[in-house]
Design a protein around this ligand. Sequence first.
Ligand code: NDP
Ligand code: HEM
Length: 494
Amino acid sequence: MSDSKPQCPYQTQQFGRPVDDNQHSQTAGPRGAMLMQDVHLVEKMAHFNRERIPERVVHAKGYGAFGTFTVTNDITEYCMADLFSKVGKKTETFARFSTVGGESGSADTARDPRGFALKFYTDQGVWDLVGNNTPIFFIRDPLKFSDFIRTQKRHPQTHLQPHWRRWDFWGQVPEALHQVMFLYSDRGTPKSARFMNGYGSHTFSMYNADGVRHWVKFHFKTQQGIENFSDDEAIAMAGKAPDYSTRDLHDAIETGDFPQWKMCIQVMPESDAADYHWHPFDLTKVWPHDDYPLIEVGTFELNRNPSNYFQDVEQAAFEPGNLVDGIGLSPDRMLQNRVLSYPDAHRYRMGVNYHQIPVNQPRCPYATYHRDGTMRVDGNGGGTVDYEPNTMDGPKETGRRNEPPMPVHGDGDRYDEFPCDDKDYFGQPKLFWEKVLDEGARERLCTAISNSMLDSPERIRNAMINQFEKVHPDFAEGVKSRLDAPAEEPIPIA
Ligand code: NDP
Ligand code: HEM
């Protein structure tokens, strides 16, 4: 039954006529052909044919829940955002977790980064932090995004998903290696959203009430502990319970076991950026904790399941450009591009009025001069003035300009702004191999990579092994020896 009021005790057609028979179509006599005049049947079938909207071009498989963010530490020296204004302040939230490459019906347990998209319904507008479970990404220039994503999708001729395509791409794009190592490490197959960290990944800015800017990175540390599937478990679970992680979050919330993450930030003074030894706006790099330690901000808790999946999760529209006063962008070119890309995708997927869908609506008062467009259902401004400036007391700009100016300079051209030497490509992957992974984790990394490379031809394998060699000779040897004596049958090349 629809949620619309008043509640109707009997079934109707969509314009309210009572349905007298929902079991039998109209026919010419009991054995006769169908009658075209069966309006109820035609309406029912036609609505059904239109039930699917385009799925997200990436991150199509996902699940989500509502929750609360509570400030536990004062960061007003860095940020004037109202949601951080005092310790104890609570803000309503929504989160959606996803895999990246698979279709809407694909398995939750695939080896893939996980989307970690958060919506904060603040008193000053909606803030979206659209991150992943990794602090870095495969590329650092948006011009490569669609090419990269195609390597994760289906082959144009066979509609299969051979892995050699991704290795072919990564072999030519060494800046991807850091994220590739994360992906094929133990954390590439998290059990469910509850057991993984989240990251804003990009560098953002925060500014305080005096207009002083700092660069920041956001971290969400799971309070449930990290738990992953092994490669074999993830593959088995994809057959046995492909929606494993969806159910895990739903059932935990349903039984009152509310998952929590500790939100932390790393803070870099604006002036450090010019000569910090890692490029601070390069999305393939982290800021080492010793240089910029984590500062606690608050607790992010999920505590309410959606009442309807399509309404709240499928129609959720996140966009990195949804910011609030106190939080801003950075010169990271990936972030700058995402600001355009997401609302464009939403207009295509759900139409221009997607902001009216309850999960996307601000919870604070709002007033734009937008009017009309498909599916306008909020009164469309009624008879109120629809242009500005006006003399009819329509809503006006606040005149408050809080964000400090973002310095930009230079001549418009296509630049490679990154150093692109061995330290740049392999410096942090080396730290990851040497400092973060223990012996067992290194072995499992080599096994997962070599299993995935079994369908790759020699030239593609060699390009990757050359990269692994620059991280550590044991890494190259670990993968090579497994490829030379595979435990599994190679998958036929599509
Ligand atoms: P630290 O020793 O201070 O931190 C290591 C980090 O690695 C922790 O955040 C840990 O997360 C995370 N980690 C552990 N295992 C994995 C894994 N399999 N996949 C992904 N992350 C993992 O190191 P530094 O800050 O000095 O950085 C050293 C290297 O650690 C970096 O080059 C980078 O590769 C990696 N790293 C760094 C992060 C950062 O923001 N500085 C974040 C994640 C990884 P946890 O604490 O939750 O266990
Ligand atoms: C979803 C584009 C990089 C995280 C999407 C969508 C698009 C997109 C078009 C689908 C949106 C929709 O239909 O609702 C891009 C582009 C990128 C980029 C062009 C680079 C230039 C990233 C990065 C991250 C990320 C770096 C993480 C740090 C996500 C998440 C979703 C998503 C979590 C799913 C949001 C949801 O749950 O609805 N991306 N993306 N993306 N992207 Fe990206």
